[in-house]
Design a protein around this ligand. Sequence first.
Ligand code: ATP
Length: 481
Amino acid sequence: MSDKDVVVSVRNLSKAYRVWRSPLDRLKSPFLGAVGRRFPRNSYFSRELQRRASRAYDDFYALQQVSFDIERGTSFGILGRNGSGKSTLLQIIAGTLTPSGGEVVTNGRVAALLELGSGFNPEFSGRENVYMNASILGISKKTIDERFDEIASFADIGDFMEQPVKTYSSGMYVRLAFSVIVHVDADVLIIDEALAVGDVFFVQKCMRFLKKFRERGVLLFVSHDLPSINRLCDQALWLDKGVVRQRGIPKDVTESYFSEYYSGGDSEKSDSEALKEAIGSGEEEKPVSQRKAPTESMQILGEEIHDQRLQYLNFSDHRNDIEVFAFRPDGDSFGAKRVEVVDARLTDIEGRRLGWIVGGEKVEARVVVEANETVQDPIIGFGLKDPSGQVLFGDNTFLTTKGQKSVLRKGQRLEAAFRFQMPILRPGEYVMNATVATGSQTDHEMQHWMHDACVLRSYTKSDTTGMIGIPMISIEIGPLR
Ligand SMILES: Nc1ncnc2c1ncn2[C@@H]1O[C@H](COP(=O)(O)OP(=O)(O)OP(=O)(O)O)[C@@H](O)[C@H]1O
């Protein structure tokens, strides 16, 4: 290893899979080889039978001469179209697949969350699998004993911990597998798209862990979602038919990858498929009948909006419908709790709780707090996080009440209402956090930070681009004026 703290070094890696010419050849080949070995070595029969056995298959190279280094503290994203060799590469780095050529040198403990079903023994209980898995990763029984309660609480699968893993849903399976890898002090974490089966709270919890982990370890993951690669990674690698096409900063790599689709470089994929891949995985469409009636949103969008598409947008599934779920008092949180968040919701401007919002409409994020003790200078805040845990926007009351000495007495409640125009959200599950602190912006004590105070689920086929869409006031096209 060099002076730099290289944690993963991949050198001239190749992987050839045998592709049998026919199922019969596959059956015949070991038989021909075994018979061949019965004749004297180098005899005519021995050579002929070995030759026939080896002609029954072709070598298909899923990876060819792949080389790169990854330094500590790097989040490394791998992208490439289906079949480009991403899983093969991750499995070799994870040590679950042997390469045909080249090598991978890792410096530290490697933990992987790869395809569902791998890693656990289905007949063993969750508890037994935790012990087995952690000990394979080199964790002593004593350390697992000490950490078991934390692992169980992170996984949060209740009594299923004592049931055989074969009875688990895919979501439970991922919860347990992820919980183990969180607690084994790994230096390298390898994750494929398995996390996609977790529910929104679990995914957000994992994202919080990964954000911290990225500072000290190497995170390697595969994603088809280019914005996620841009947001979460420091480095990206584009694999194309088993070879490295480009490696560099995510912005450059994702742009080249994306433009290849549009320049026709990938003839097997239609533009709409490419676009769908580029803007992220779409949620299933919600039947229009379950949405807000179109006429309502026409009023809500307000008089000042002159976007000529409004009529069309409001009556089509290009409209951005956002389902809002109820406040979750028991979600993950932290803080001194001398004041607590007791409610968080989205309302219309009259304060009525909303179950559905249309992207572009005026709404209020309202957060209610209650003092368990008398406190001074409470600051209330909120933030909206996207499915990868990235805060898209948020605000707090600090500047609004700056300079006013305020006291919240024990038992009193206080409500903050943040009015804004809801942006257009790409399909997926978002969460709103709600917070209360005391003191000032720079010097405060966090009283209660609720990570997932309420959930928003967005549905749309909107053509808006970017992390969030800004509702257009108007769009004009015509001869130069
Ligand atoms: N066991 C195997 N035997 C033969 N070919 C295989 C085997 N496993 C993978 N391949 C082939 O190797 C190539 C790379 O597969 P791999 O699963 O690594 O691609 P990928 O980029 O992860 O694809 P995806 O995005 O669809 O998950 C593919 O063409 C695949 O068909």
